[in-house]
Design a protein around this ligand. Structure first.
Ligand SMILES: [Zn+2]
Length: 301
């Protein structure tokens, strides 16, 4: 979120209402029309940059009422081993935890939240489907490692290729209201946003011929409303806390499930990747691992 870098790309999205149908930009988009419109607006700005990336998916993890998955394209996306465009660490997948936003208004320290995120990543690493890929943690150098927040005025436009997956920390309620729309600020616990690569003409790429679009970067944002003074005080972020508290490791396991390539499903069955928070869940279930197996079966192709 850091503010250090000048932001020429920051655009004011608040208050913009575009009612789009199911067809956006000639492609079959699915999800909340207002969220899809924001994603398209961001992509119009990104198209003027030299990054050759586009927002493809936003998945909200909520408490209470669920929200639809938001996808611009119907085709699936995958990480590509050795992709030079994202400065890939060979066949490894890298992640980074942004220490600048790691504390919570509910009283957690950066050390506590970072350790919980690390536990979640270690859990995925230990799951059978991910044994063929190594998850490598990159140190937070202090440079701004994320970009999505900048489009809403909540941070600078950072370097998006410091790691494949960035756990971008805890941001204010207003950010989640801006991204998710009415009620988002108090209903969304966290979300994952996936960007794909596009070519110079803005067309999605598939450089390894696996019939999947090429993932470029993934950012995870956590909502600091929960347990903030005077706001959702009954649902504070905590470490290994049962409901009505919100367990950081459980949410991190879910969000980084998206980062590693799987979407929402169920319930039923119960799963880490259910779209609504249901209390502590520190281990993937069979259905989660089945999803991961599909995604990683052909790695490193
Ligand atoms: Zn989710």
């Amino acid at each position: 979120m850091r503010q250090a870098r000048a932001v020429s790309l920051t655009i004011v999205l608040a208050g913009v209402v575009l009612l789009l149908g199911a067809r956006v930009g000639g492609q079959t988009a699915t999800g909340d029309p207002a969220v899809l419109a924001l994603m398209q607006q961001i992509n119009q700005v990104l198209a003027t940059s030299s990054l050759n990336v586009a927002v493809e998916q936003i998945e909200f993890f909520t408490i209470g009422q669920g929200r639809p998955s938001n996808r611009i394209l119907a085709q699936e996306f995958r990480w590509v081993a050795n992709d030079p465009r994202r400065l890939a660490d060979g066949e490894n997948i890298t992640y980074l935890v942004d220490k600048s936003d790691g504390t919570t208004l509910s009283g957690l320290t950066n050390a506590q939240t970072e350790a919980a995120i690390d536990r979640a990543m270690n859990t995925w690493q230990a799951a059978n489907p991910l044994k063929k890929v190594t998850l490598v943690k990159r140190a937070d150098s202090g440079a701004d490692p994320d970009i999505f927040d900048s489009f809403f005025g909540f941070g600078g436009f950072g370097n998006p290729f410091l790691a494949d997956i960035v756990n971008a920390g805890w941001l204010p309620r207003a950010f989640f209201e801006a991204v998710g729309g009415p009620g988002g600020g108090r209903g969304i616990l966290a979300f994952s946003v996936t960007f794909i690569f596009v070519d110079g003409n803005g067309n999605p790429t598939d450089i390894n011929g696996d019939n999947r679009l090429d993932s470029a970067l993934n950012e995870v944002y956590y909502n600091d409303t929960f347990g903030a003074p005077g706001d959702r005080v009954n649902n504070p972020w905590g470490i290994n806390v049962a409901l009505p508290g919100i367990d950081v490791e459980t949410v991190a396991l879910h969000e980084n499930g998206h980062s590693l390539g799987i979407g929402h499903f169920g319930p039923p069955p119960a799963a880490v990747m259910n779209p609504v928070y249901a209390g502590i869940r520190h281990e993937p279930l069979a259905i989660d691992n089945a999803g991961m197996s599909t995604v990683w079966a052909s790695w490193p192709k």
